[in-house]
Design a protein around this ligand. Structure first.
Ligand code: FES
Length: 428
């Protein structure tokens, strides 16, 4: 019930019960109320540039196919045959004219229309309506700067309204040079035995773990950072971002550093200080990025205590090939499944997951989310609820505040501008 959920998530006190990371009933409700109603990242334009290009992914627990249409638009639909629910696209990506179900042979075009049924005359006596048996469409598809999102809820506000002030920070990444970004081929996927929210909340602003968890890997990045080197920003829509103001240069002569140095002045002219951010963000609920580490990722839930990380390498579209290659190496060196940073995170999440799965007393705890529990300090340039320390959990609390609103609302929980303004107000 809503009262029970509210007893588990106390934003004002900064206390959260770990039941929300392990309970099966909460997980099933989450698939419906959070994943069933929110904007979920599907693909980037550069991954499906031509008509017939498709990419197989998930929205919450459900497999979906995203396909470029002959007119250049994008559609997505449930990757499940209308006959008996079989997967109709079994490839990860590619180009096709149709999707063919390998169970009984129904075939669908790239718009999801049922176009062929074996033995239609003798088996169905021509009584089957092809029109009524197309693939289930994802109700809404919208994109922002080439990032394509889908939403199963036709009544949701627009993607741009959902992204809100986070757009300003995404812009600071994707608008640094002409041509924007592209995603390089090859999605890296791996599984963690923990709840997906542990990863989402961490990317929404858990910089606090870095000096401890990543102590050894950070030695190779430069001098240790402190809170005053950066800031963290919470967004009423449930997003969070934190950033260091200046890029750390690791190896002075590698092609990536040379490229970044060469573009810096021009990038600063376009996006100001954001050109040098080393940042992390989560767009509620399950899309995260690492501006500064060439990486975006999606947290796909696979059960209350299991999720998959899907990691994409992002590069400037017009960067020279050797810089793109260096970005790919850099991304996999830090954030790939065997990356020097990623392995630390996976170990933390997996050990927490094991405690919750096996433990009993551990599930009665109330975890502490009190860091940065002071009024927003605000900043004339940077929108959102800005706090002037790199360390803080305001982004976490914003994430769970919004999560609770979705979980306890029958209707789509609309936000008013007044609520946003009150949330962002310095000193509030
Ligand atoms: Fe697809 Fe039967 S399940 S044709």
């Amino acid at each position: 019930s809503s009262d029970y959920l509210k007893s588990l998530v106390d934003i004002e006190a900064g206390r959260i019960s770990p039941e929300i990371f392990i309970d099966e009933d909460i997980y099933r409700l989450e698939l419906d109320r959070v994943f069933g109603r929110n904007w979920l990242f599907l693909a980037h334009d550069s991954m499906i540039p031509k008509p017939g290009d498709f990419f197989s992914t998930y929205m919450g627990g459900d497999p979906v196919v995203v396909a470029r249409q002959p007119d250049g638009s994008v559609r997505a639909f449930l990757n499940a045959c209308r006959h008996r629910g079989m997967r109709v696209c079994r490839a990860e990506s590619g180009n096709t004219k149709s999707f063919f179900c390998t169970y009984h042979g129904w075939a669908y075009d790239t718009a999801g229309n049922l176009i062929n049924v074996p033995n239609l005359s003798d088996a169905y006596k021509d009584r089957l309506s092809l029109k009524d048996n197309g693939l289930i469409p994802v109700a809404r598809i919208e994109s922002y700067k080439g990032l394509i999102f889908g939403n199963f809820d036709a009544t949701a506000p627009s993607l741009e309204e959902h992204l809100g002030d986070l757009k300003y920070y995404i812009d600071g990444w994707v608008d640094q040079v002409d041509g924007g970004i592209e995603v390089l081929p090859g999605v890296v996927r791996w599984t963690i035995n923990a709840n997906w929210k542990l990863a989402a909340e961490q990317f929404a602003g858990d910089t606090y773990h870095a000096p401890t968890s990543h102590a050894s890997s950070l030695l190779s990045f430069g001098p240790p950072f402190e809170g005053k080197d950066g800031a963290h920003v919470a967004f009423r829509e449930g997003h969070g971002e934190s950033f260091l103001f200046k890029r750390h240069t690791r190896f002075s002569e590698d092609p990536l550093s040379l490229y970044n140095d060469a573009k810096l002045e021009a990038a600063k002219a376009r996006v100001g200080d954001r050109a040098e951010f080393v940042a992390n963000f989560t767009a509620f609920p399950a899309f995260s990025g690492l501006p500064g580490s060439s990486n975006i990722r999606v947290w796909h839930p696979k059960g209350p205590n299991k999720f998959e990380i899907w990691s994409f390498t992002v590069v400037d579209k017009n960067a020279p090939p050797e810089a793109k290659k260096a970005m790919q190496v850099s991304a996999s060196f830090t954030e790939g499944p065997a990356g020097v940073v990623e392995t630390d995170d996976g170990e933390n999440w997996g050990l927490i997951g094991a405690i919750l799965e096996q433990g009993h007393q551990a599930r009665k705890m109330r975890w502490n989310y009190q860091m940065g529990d002071y009024p927003a300090t605000g900043h004339e340039e940077f929108p959102g609820a800005y706090r002037d320390s790199f360390f803080g959990e305001a982004g976490h609390r914003a994430f769970y505040r919004r999560w609770l609103e979705f979980m306890t609302s029958e209707e789509w929980p609309v936000l008013t501008q007044e609520e946003r303004d009150a949330f962002n107000k310095p000193g509030a």
